[in-house]
Design a protein around this ligand. Sequence first.
Ligand code: PCA
Length: 159
Amino acid sequence: MKVFVYGTLQRGQPNSKLFDNTKDGHYKYLGVGVTVKKYPLVIASMFNIPFMLPVEGSGNNIRGEVYEVDERMLEALDGLERHPVFYRREMIPVTCEDGCVVECGCYLLFDFRKELLELQFYDSYDSNGSHNLPYVLRSERKTNDKDGISTVMSLVKNI
Ligand code: PCA
């Protein structure tokens, strides 16, 4: 199955190492991709987490990376992204470098708080970009809940 990643899972970004745990299955990097549709891509919460929001036609065509992953790797990615509780994986069309359009799984934030639509919309994500909002690793989050996920959920989702 193909996945499109646009955030911290991209090469050189804070969670890209996940792809290299071979006990979590296997992957093949297929190249850069751009979403066929426009979406808002925002950086939110005190941990500066990137979220693509399922509002088609608003925002930008998002640039990311396309991977072929096996079943085990997909499970590992779903685990990291807490699909379907936190991000939810949905199929979206993506244009690859060769111009072909492929359907890819992509982690979007559903049931998000409407305030997120007032944030700046990006067209690609780099934790160390000029926005000065570097991603805070789960291991570095100082919250009462383990890895800060419940804290983040209450900030960005309507739950
Ligand atoms: N990880 C997933 C979704 C957002 C994030 O940080 C990704 O890179 O696509």
